[in-house]
Design a protein around this ligand. Structure first.
Ligand SMILES: Nc1nc2c(ncn2[C@@H]2O[C@H](COP(=O)(O)OP(=O)(O)O)[C@@H](O)[C@H]2O)c(=O)[nH]1
Ligand SMILES: [Mg+2]
Length: 690
């Protein structure tokens, strides 16, 4: 594949609800532009875009692939994103480097939750976009209904640039309203509009011309004065409207039959911006924000939007050159990690195929193999002109598992492997949870986690078990209590003696405070650290159920010491035991994490979702209606919603989405606390029997 200059590049993300036909559409586009000589099928695992084994196995896209189509001296880098909501991180990343988007709609199902989600992401980025109504060949395909549903998403004006010539199995061509010509069948040949569509086409063109006129002051004046706009003027106004996001052209296609493919390519080239034609991207420089000119002559800023670890090629780093140009065999400064990295051969890719290039020009997307430090979100630049490009804000994790190694050998490799997987994917993270002593892997859903675990196995040969994580409960107290313990061991050998009086108090805003109120010289100050150490030991271990103790103030009020036998260990034990007694006496409680959730579901599912939330100890805080969907905001204990992504899917038939973040800790109701405490006791006795 040859090198393309900035103005001959388009970076266009395909986004939609899962299954609307993005991958199939890309396949048709490749075939139409002569890049392939047969059209692959998702079902057969033969598409260029879904090339991973895991994608073949599941028959859905799991990650974004870069699929350039070369057409009329332009290279369109299509970014085929996954639609399944577990993989929204991939969509976010792709939209970060795309200059425009194609929102694909299934002509039968219309707008679905996934459509709304990606639409919102496009809005956040203010991306110019086309609406592509696909599957026009299907039974029950309905262009008008789908169009109306999409119009409900947006204040922008959706302007059909085509009318379908036939629907369902009769869908045999498209009538172009800009060209006022028809394209029948798969070909790109223009012909006169068949008589039967002429009138409808005239009427529909009026809407298009009006929208185009609004793209430019001069044109709207002319239009309102009743003058006819020339074809050039219509095109000019239309292009401006699209670039500003006021007009969203609507195309009609069947990826399966290949009808309507050519106009999409034409449209992208004509109406969607090249990288130097979109609003300048900002980067952080030495002296604040800088606008990046998207030209080869600009300061170098190449952003890592994706990394993969491939068992054969090693690590692959996907870059978008926001400014400047990259050359093969060079050294570049990774500003994010403060290291210089050696770039070998630059490549452009088409799915898994690599094509070496000497240069990547401003605005292009390419891949380098075997960079050692680079991770997703990093910026490369000239060391003398440091620049950092921000990464997108990714949604917070919705699904968490505890992972354990399958074997001893897996155990050593577990941490590094999880780190590498998380480096690839900003919506995946891991940590050790001290309160439950588990290794926790967090992601967007069960499928997302499942894919990560399989990758650990197939790419890194590390076997991992997953289980539902324990809830990170905490223990605390609800009232003041006094406690006292005397530790005495003075028979035979060297003796131990320490005696401590203390007062415990709830301390709402702080984890722990330790003070001495010892009067006179009852115990010397040098014993206080030992007492504190004893207490801290218990705080980490827990008293009633094995969870960390928090929000406690301890005041040592009195004590007694022995001139010889009062060693640190004696006071450590006395402090520990006194504290345990104190906690038991101070109205101990379990606290649990409470999460804020926001659930978006079709109105029809509202009752079921609310009923289900009731059984989860959730407190509904608000109900809203937005574009025909119900939005429920609520607070719910983490313990009850650890598997909510799976449950919500089954309650709504996959038509519900939610987001979640941590709110606060709250006391666990008595009956629930009891079962947590007995579970922990059972476990303890189990452990001691072993
Ligand atoms: N009838 C029909 N089926 C299609 C069309 N486009 C895609 N499909 C089918 O819809 C399913 C999902 O397509 P896919 O390309 O994987 O959707 P994606 O999730 O958006 O990438 C597959 O079974 C495709 O064969 C179309 O235009 N017509
Ligand atoms: Mg796909």
């Amino acid at each position: 594949m040859k090198e393309y200059a900035t103005e001959n590049i388009r970076n266009v993300a395909l986004v939609s609800h899962s299954g609307a036909g993005k991958t199939s559409l890309v396949e048709a586009l490749l075939h139409h532009t002569g890049a392939t000589n047969r059209v692959g099928r998702v079902e057969d695992g033969t598409t260029v875009s879904d090339f991973e084994d895991e994608e073949h196995r599941r028959k859905i896209s799991l990650s974004t692939s870069v699929i350039p189509c070369e057409y009329r001296d332009t290279k369109i880098n299509f970014l085929d994103t996954p639609g399944f909501t577990d993989f929204v991180g991939e969509v976010k990343s792709a939209l970060w480097v795309a200059d425009a988007a194609l929102v694909v709609i299934d002509a039968v199902s219309g707008v679905e939750v996934g459509t709304e989600l990606v639409w919102e992401y496009c809005e956040e980025r203010n991306l110019p976009r086309f609406v592509i109504i696909n599957k026009m060949d299907r039974d029950n395909a309905n262009f008008q209904r789908a169009l109306e549903a999409v119009q409900g998403l947006s204040n922008a004006r959706l302007v059909p640039v085509q009318l379908p010539a036939g629907e369902k199995h009769e869908f045999k061509g498209v009538i172009g309203l800009l060209s006022m010509k028809a394209r029948m069948g798969k070909g790109d040949k223009l012909q006169e509009i068949p008589e039967e569509y002429a009138q409808a086409a005239e009427a529909a063109r009026q809407a298009l011309v009006e929208a185009a006129a609004e793209g430019e002051d001069e044109l709207i004046e002319k239009y309102l004065e009743g003058q006819e706009l020339s074809q050039d003027e219509v095109v000019r106004g239309f292009k401006k409207g699209v670039a500003r996001g006021n007009i969203m052209p609507v195309f009609i296609v069947s990826a399966a039959t290949g009808v309507g493919i050519d106009p999409i390519l034409e449209g992208v080239i004509r109406y969607l911006p090249s990288p130097d034609d979109r609003p300048a991207v900002q980067a952080m420089g030495k002296n604040g924000a800088e606008e990046l000119p998207c030209t080869d002559a600009g300061p170098l800023a190449a952003y890592v939007w994706k990394t993969t670890a491939d068992p054969f090629v090693g690590k692959l780093t996907y870059l978008n050159v926001f400014s400047g140009a990259l050359s093969s065999d060079s050294r570049l400064w990774n500003q994010t990690r403060s290291v210089e990295e050696r770039f070998g051969t630059l490549n452009v890719v088409r799915g898994k195929e690599h094509f070496p290039v000497k240069h990547l020009h401003a605005g292009d997307i390419g891949v380098v193999a075997k960079l050692s430090a680079a991770a997703t979100g990093d910026t490369f630049c000239d060391r003398g002109h440091p620049l950092t490009i921000a990464h997108p804000k990714y949604p917070t994790a919705l699904y968490t598992v505890a992972v354990t190694p399958k074997t001893q050998a897996d155990s050593a490799k577990m941490g590094p492997t999880l780190t590498r997987l998380c480096e690839e994917d900003m919506t995946l993270s891991w940590r050790n949870e001290p309160s439950t002593r588990q290794t926790i892997l967090l992601g967007m859903g069960d499928q997302h986690i499942d894919v990560a675990i399989r990758r650990a196995e197939t790419r890194f040969q590390v076997g991992l078990h997953v289980e539902l994580p324990r809830v990170p409960y905490r223990e605390s107290i609800t009232r003041k209590a006094d406690a006292h313990y005397r530790h005495k061991k003075q028979t035979g050998g060297s003796g131990q003696f320490g005696e401590v009086y203390m007062r415990l108090e709830p301390l709402p805003d702080q984890d722990f405070e330790f003070v001495s109120e010892v009067f006179g010289a009852a115990i010397s100050g040098s014993h206080l650290p030992a007492i504190e150490k004893g207490i801290r030991g218990v705080m980490a271990q827990g008293v009633i159920a094995g969870y960390p103790v928090v929000n406690v103030k301890v005041a040592v009020t009195d004590g007694k010491e022995h001139p010889v036998d009062s060693k640190p260990v004696a006071f450590e034990i006395a402090g520990r035991e006194a504290f345990k007694l104190g906690v038991k006496d101070a109205g101990p409680v379990l606290q649990e994490p409470i999460m804020n959730i926001r659930v978006t579901v079709p109105e029809a599912s509202m009752g079921d979702v609310l009923g289900d939330l009731n059984t989860r100890r959730a407190r509904v805080q608000g109900m809203d209606r937005e574009r025909g969907r119900s939005i429920i905001t609520a607070q719910a204990p983490l313990a009850e919603i650890q598997r909510y992504t799976i449950d919500l899917r089954s309650i709504t038939g996959g038509r519900g989405v939610f987001s979640m973040d941590f709110s606060h800790y709250e006391n666990v109701p008595q009956h629930v606390a009891q079962s947590v405490i007995s579970a922990s006791a059972r476990e303890k006795s189990g452990e001691s029997e072993e």
